[in-house]
Design a protein around this ligand. Structure first.
Ligand code: SAM
Length: 774
């Protein structure tokens, strides 16, 4: 089958995307960068780490940027060389979250004391003090140490199981921070612009679903987007554990994320804003998470292979794209809404410089929020007000320094003042111009005594947050919170550069980007021209997408994911392709704006089938049902799966349909019904069975085909493939079961035991086990 073929390709892709950095290599495999000490250690010491955890260019760069004081440098760098402690979050919208938290507090946090590397007994886990309600925990040990430690085996098993069923999510502690500053409420429409592999999307969904009763959906929704199809699949796999009807996964370049426009002023809801003319409506978001692609050096402790890959230029190469994505996020944000910009990089060029340039382009329509009183226990440092740019080995203090060398990629926006060549030279008539620094902090124009002074920004960048590893034994992260005060200004003419000659000769896409001004809300597709799209394509070629893999296993079997996404009833193409070719082709299709290979989203309107489902399961009228069903197959006769969507998602899909289907939807809806494939099932009055994912939502709303079992009968059902009705321990249960209509039924464990539910297919005198949830 094509599904298998393609999933094999996907597996290959994922397993190759990251080296197993903690594997103990044979001596022949020792990295070229490793020191002789490292090599010796590899033979004698089981704790040997395969990559050298040092890089002189890294030291030079960050010492110069002063992201920590000179006195702290040794502590900082030592901390970066240690493995990252494992961390995880309890799913706050899970019905079991209180039990899980108690188990952690009363059992695991107390009992398994384990020995650390010095032989001292330590607490295995403790809650992260800054995370609300003790819902996030950190282990004393790294993930690898947890796996190896015998004392912690039971805890490790617990983690694996609960993670699999969605009650907890493994996630790096600092990666949990950005969503906390978004202040998401259950009625919010949230856009997660660069979402894969989805740890933060999961967190956002938890926030949306928090406080909702079983069977009731929140009025908000999350739109999770990622450029990379393969990573979108990881995201879908990750968020499937949430069983949500309030999520749409899209596959766009975030900087070109489309607007859902509607020609008529059809919607009155507040999420559909009126733009300029009353006849045009557009989807706007209450919250936007802009967790952009970055050089990822904040994840060095988790991914030590970054040590040898790190180069100063990677941040410069991403700066333009990061601005574009942030600007697009702000354009899609409602006035009054909040956007969080974050990276797992320590580099000011990807952080403060981006924030400063965004503020400049927005010209007072957005402000940086002072969140210093929020999450007071989270140790963080204010954003930098001054930094320098290193370009082609040269330190530059302002843009005028860059103009000395045509080959520099630096743009005015990378510097604290954001001033162009003209502005800086006009402003600095009295000061020396055209000097640049040679890496040792001294000018190169002969005056070796003068230290290069970085510009100082006059923007309130101290409101940004920088989390450094040694403050609370974590990774590093950067976060800035924006508040939109009014519509963004209309775009100005593109910046022409310091001299026509220079910019017209430039081959650096970042230069072209420089000076693309703020998008107004109505500037959606087509605002960025051909030159700008080169940026994203160029960026794709760099090795930047390593970051953000978080805790999702890279060896995840993608079969299932692919099953969800594949074309429902079409035969696979017989052509055998290599993984690289498929990825390249898919990307090409996406970049060209075409979207093939994934089924369209179709509102399921086969009334005869829908009425049969309603009648068969006795679905209450109060449950919003008709109009909330979709399929991924326009041939209604052959639909295999029917998905349920929330009101909020329905609203967006309708807007998308009416607006000309701008959204490329990779996944949407909660799988609610599946067509029975067994021969007996096909002959049942209703051929659609309830899927395990959809069951918790629909259960409170069905009145037929439900049985309540005692613990012993329930156990027997799970244990045996078929049981004759007279053989149930509780005769009433056997009788009720025999009275059911042939087809799918739901078995609920009677009150008093844990609430277990399973959905079964009743066929003649057998109950065939189908699915079970916790
Ligand atoms: C830092 S990771 C995101 C991590 C994610 N927010 C999480 O918490 O799991 C950055 C993501 O951006 C995606 N990406 C890169 N360029 C992009 C673009 N132009 N538009 C949208 N996504 C992009 C990458 O595929 C990657 O998944």
């Amino acid at each position: 089958m094509g599904g298998r073929g393609r999933s094999r390709t996907q597996r290959k892709h994922f397993s190759q995307s990251r080296e197993n950095v903690w594997k103990i290599p044979k001596s022949s495999e020792v990295s070229a960068n490793a020191t002789p000490d490292d090599a010796n250690n590899s033979r004698t010491n089981q704790h040997w780490q395969p990559f050298a955890t040092q890089n002189p260019a890294f030291d030079e760069y960050y010492k110069e940027q002063e992201i920590v004081s000179p006195e702290e440098w040794d502590t900082f760098i030592e901390c970066l060389r240690k493995p990252l402690p494992a961390a995880f979050r309890i799913n706050s919208s899970s019905q079991f979250y209180v039990d899980i938290r108690s188990q952690l507090e009363n059992d695991f946090a107390k009992s398994p004391k384990a020995e650390d590397s010095n032989g001292c007994e330590v607490e295995a886990i403790k809650p992260l003090p800054w995370y609300p309600d003790k819902l996030a925990w950190q282990s004393h040990f790294s993930r690898m140490e947890l796996r190896k430690n015998q004392t912690l085996e039971r805890f490790h098993e617990f983690l694996k199981l609960e993670n699999e069923i969605g009650n907890i999510t493994r996630q790096e502690a600092v990666s949990m921070v950005p969503p906390l500053f978004l202040d998401v409420r259950p009625d919010h429409f949230v856009l997660d612009m660069c979402a894969a592999p989805g740890s933060k999307t999961f967190q956002l969904l938890e926030m949306i679903h928090k406080l909702t009763e079983p069977g009731i959906l929140p009025s908000g929704m999350v739109m999770a987007n990622d450029l990379d199809v393969q990573r979108c699949n990881l995201l879908i796999h990750q968020t499937k554990r949430m069983c949500t009807a309030n999520l749409i996964v899209t596959n766009h370049e975030a900087q070109h994320f489309p607007s859902c426009h509607l020609r008529r002023n059809h919607f009155s809801d507040s999420h559909i804003g009126n733009i300029k003319e009353p006849s045009i409506s557009q989807l706007q978001f209450d919250r936007v998470l802009c967790d952009v692609p970055c050089s990822g050096d904040g994840t060095l402790r988790k991914a030590p292979d970054i040590w040898r890959k790190w180069i100063p230029g990677s941040g410069n190469g991403l700066h333009g794209l990061q601005i574009q994505i942030a600007m697009r996020g702000l354009a899609l944000l409602k006035v009054g809404g909040r956007m969080v910009y974050s990276t797992c990089s320590m580099n000011p060029v990807e952080n403060e410089a981006v924030v400063a340039e965004v503020l400049r382009r927005c010209g007072g329509s957005v402000e940086l929020v002072d969140v210093s009183t929020e999450l007071p226990q989270l140790v963080r440092r204010p954003g930098l007000k001054k930094w320098k740019v290193q370009d082609k080995g040269q330190w530059l203090a302002s843009y005028k320094d860059a103009t000395k060398h045509c080959s520099f990629v630096a743009t005015p926006g990378m510097f604290p003042s954001g001033k162009s060549y003209k502005e800086t030279t006009e402003h600095d008539q009295e000061t020396e111009t055209g000097q640049f620094c040679n890496g040792d902090g001294k000018y190169e124009n002969g005056d070796s005594t003068k230290v290069l002074e970085a510009e100082v920004s006059d923007l309130p960048l101290e409101r940004c947050m920088r989390i450094v590893p040694h403050d609370q034994n974590s990774g590093a992260f950067f976060i800035a919170v924006f508040h939109k005060l009014s519509s963004l200004p209309a775009p100005e003419k593109k910046y022409a550069g310091p001299s026509k000659k220079k910019d017209s000769n430039s081959t650096q896409p970042q230069k072209m980007m420089n000076g693309v001004n703020a998008f107004s809300i109505e500037d959606d597709i087509g605002l960025l021209g051909e030159k700008d799209s080169q940026i994203s394509e160029a960026t794709l070629d760099t090795d930047i997408l390593i970051n953000g893999m978080d805790e999702v296993s890279l060896n995840t079997d993608q079969n299932e994911i692919y099953e969800e996404n594949k074309k429902e009833d079409t035969e696979p193409t017989p052509e055998v392709k290599t993984g690289a070719k498929i990825v390249a082709e898919k990307r090409k299709l996406q970049i060209q704006g075409r979207w093939r290979g994934v089924d369209p989203v179709i509102f399921y309107k086969d009334d005869a089938v829908v009425d049969r489902i309603i009648e068969f399961y006795g679905i209450k009228e109060s449950f919003p049902f008709k109009g909330h069903l979709i399929s991924r197959n326009d041939d209604t006769e052959h639909v295999k799966r029917i998905y349920y969507i929330s009101n909020s998602v329905k609203e967006v899909l309708e807007l998308n349909l009416q607006g000309g289907q701008q959204l490329k939807i990779a996944s949407v809806g909660l799988k609610m019904f599946e067509r029975q494939s067994a021969t007996e099932g096909k002959s049942a009055p209703c051929t659609f069975r309830i899927s395990s994912e959809g069951l918790p939502l629909i259960l409170p709303h069905i009145t037929k085909q439900i049985l309540y079992a005692s613990a012993v009968d329930f156990k027997n059902l799970l244990q045996y493939k078929s049981i004759k009705f007279p053989n149930f321990v509780d005769p009433k249960f056997g009788e009720d079961a025999s009275n059911l209509t042939k087809g799918c039924c739901v078995v609920v464990l009677k009150k008093g035991s844990n609430d277990f539910i399973i959905s079964y297919s009743k066929v003649n005198y057998n109950l065939h086990r189908r699915t079970q949830t916790r």
